[in-house]
Design a protein around this ligand. Structure first.
Ligand SMILES: COc1cc(C(=O)NC2CCN(C)CC2)ccc1Nc1cc2c(cn1)c(C)nn2-c1cc(Cl)cc(CCC(N)=O)c1
Length: 299
């Protein structure tokens, strides 16, 4: 269509085809637009030295207007760059030029579980075992590094070409050390009651989010979803949700434990990984990419 001439639009779109990281003299070629989130527009960026394609978050500096914007991006980079695990999106590097900040991340070519669930509506229990187990392994690693993600959701569970879960987007993550600050910076999707009631934000809030994600994958929608944020928050505070009969007894038992209103009563990640939901049911070693669009046949 016609090139709009509004400055904001141009500044977003005027990223050159070739982007140079002068600190390492690496040139990236900008490929197709993958999507956007927060201040970032994401393109496929290919490192011309290695021909490896990445997901490059491009953040125009002109959009980083307030100090807390800068802090949020700095935090995302500072937290994410130190993490290295099979189920965490690999942070490749970051650099900046006069116009933009570039965050170069592992490309997850099967996108995220948001897209899988949109297409499939619900997943089978073996698939949910596969995905939730990988998510929990990644969360165990992050917590072991003293980090709380604080915004675990389907859209942050990226999928690699071989259908493995990669936890991404550390924009709201925090260290347990500076966990005294209880303000919620964003509106995390699966916000835990103790966070809503400002009783502090600890590892158990991520466990709660895993419960919300597990429920959404099995049932097809999140446990506390209503038409208004006010009603949703009221249901979260009152722990008001229903697990439909289609969910197995082990699935029901695990969801109930993860969504316990008292954070101290929720299972730790190691307890979660030992739950009968994982040990007493078909647990696929891998998933075919076909599972993004149809029910896979488990042999
Ligand atoms: C090949 O890999 C991808 C493909 C696509 C894709 O097909 N997007 C289509 C492109 C065409 N348009 C019309 C619809 C979206 C989307 C994401 C891909 N990979 C991909 C995307 C990735 C990452 C890794 N890998 C990471 C890490 N962070 N992000 C990331 C970050 C932000 Cl801020 C926003 C988004 C967009 C969310 C979305 N709609 O998927 C993604």
């Amino acid at each position: 269509g016609p090139k709009t001439n509004s400055p904001s639009d141009n500044e977003d779109h005027n990223v050159p085809k070739f982007i140079v990281d002068h600190s390492t003299r690496t040139t990236f070629m900008k490929g197709r637009f993958l999507g956007k989130g927060g201040f970032a527009r994401v393109h496929e960026l290919t490192d011309l030295t290695t021909n490896v394609a990445y997901a490059g978050k491009i953040i125009p500096k002109s959009r980083i207007t307030k100090p807390h914007h800068k802090e949020k991006i700095a935090r995302e980079i500072e937290v994410h760059r130190q993490l290295q695990h099979k189920h965490v999106v690999r942070f490749h590097r970051y650099f900046e030029d006069d116009s933009n900040v570039y965050i170069i991340l592992e490309n997850c070519s099967m996108r995220s579980l948001v897209h899988v669930l949109k297409y499939r509506r619900t997943l089978t229990e073996p698939e949910v075992r596969f995905f939730i187990h990988q998510l929990a392994e990644g969360v165990a690693y992050i917590h072991g590094e003293g980090i709380i993600h604080r915004d675990l959701k389907l859209g942050n569970m990226f999928l690699s070409q071989d259908m493995n879960v990669k936890i991404g987007d550390f924009g709201l993550a925090t260290r347990t050390a500076d966990n005294r600050q209880v303000t919620i910076c964003g509106t995390p999707n699966y916000i835990a009651p103790e966070v809503l009631n400002k009783c502090g934000h600890f590892y158990q809030a991520d466990i709660w989010a895993i419960g919300c994600i597990m429920y959404a994958l099995l049932v097809g929608q999140p446990p506390f979803e209503t038409d208004t944020l006010k009603e949703t928050y009221s249901r979260i505070t009152n722990n008001q949700y229903v697990i439909p009969p289609l969910v197995s007894s082990h699935g029901r038992s695990l969801i109930t434990a993860l969504l316990h209103p008292d954070p101290k009563s929720r299972p730790s990640v190691p307890e979660l990984l030992r739950h009968d939901f994982f040990t007493k049911g078909l647990f696929p070693r891998s998933l075919p990419t076909l599972a993004c669009t149809q029910v896979p046949q488990f042999t």
